[in-house]
Ligand binder design. Sequence first.
Ligand code: MTE
Length: 322
Amino acid sequence: MKRFQPPRILSSRITDEKLWKSRRKIIGAAGLLGAGTLLGGAGLVRYVDAMSGRPDEAPDDAAFVATGPLQPTPYKYITHYNNFYELGVGKQTPAENAHYLKTRPWSVEISGECEKPGILDIEEILKLFPSEERIYRFRCVEAWAMVVPWEGFPLSKLLKRFQPTSRAKYVEFRTLYDPERMPGQKRDILPWPYVEGLRMDEAMHPLTLIATGLYGKELPAQNGAPLRLVVPWKYGFKSIKSIVSIRFTEKQPRNTWNILQPDEYGFYANVNPAVDHPRWSQKRERVLGKGIFAEKQPTLPFNGYAEQVAGLYRGMDLRKYF
Ligand code: MTE
């Protein structure tokens, strides 16, 4: 099998002022559209509003330029169009409520089927695993796509340290439960804490990342600070945010959206244009940042990473294991 080389873009290589200025124009134009919300139905209005953030919040050095076909989505969009129910259910509320989520002190407990269970402090984790810059095309559950220059390290590096036993077949992740720091947990919108799971081989795959930053900056709270999972070939809900617990298990763990709506959200959640969500088609996706009138693009099997990951599911009926 060909060894996968993730594209590497170093922040030192990149400031292109023209691009930066045009990005400002894009944000400005989105603001104008936001003012003209007479344009369409509720869904459209919400989308436009989400795009109309305050340009002065954009970081000065957010000028990442990808070589090749993957143009990173502007920072503004990645950080102001979020799903993070612990910080509110709207797409913009996680950014507005980000200040509640204090990310220090923070530690992660590793337990279950492993030789060396333990607790690691976030500072120790950051020291042990220096971040690697990678660009991922990342797809979310509600038919939008973005390209995120995540920074972090392969989850496998962290997991190996705790020496999983042969009984470890799956990995279960949990988000912090603390209604003071996560005010959304004061309401019963989801069963708290948010939980997710991966099969062991998925967890150990080099594309599976623990993200600790994006665009050369610390991870913003609304994107799951201080550390979150990124599984680029799966729908967005698998990428659990603000993790405090990682447990090796023998049995397949439950995952939040599957507990809530098992006929709509499975355990595997591999991006698959051939299997529709019961309430919408998954064949095409909107690229966040390209504007609401831009043509949607065809969704790719495994989000474009089929060559690297399709082998993990050989022989499985992906209609059944969705
Ligand atoms: N993790 C937690 N703890 N809580 C959440 O509500 N939402 C998920 C996932 N991780 C969620 C979560 C969903 S539905 C998506 S699409 C992605 O986070 C969104 O990640 P982003 O906001 O960084 O784009």
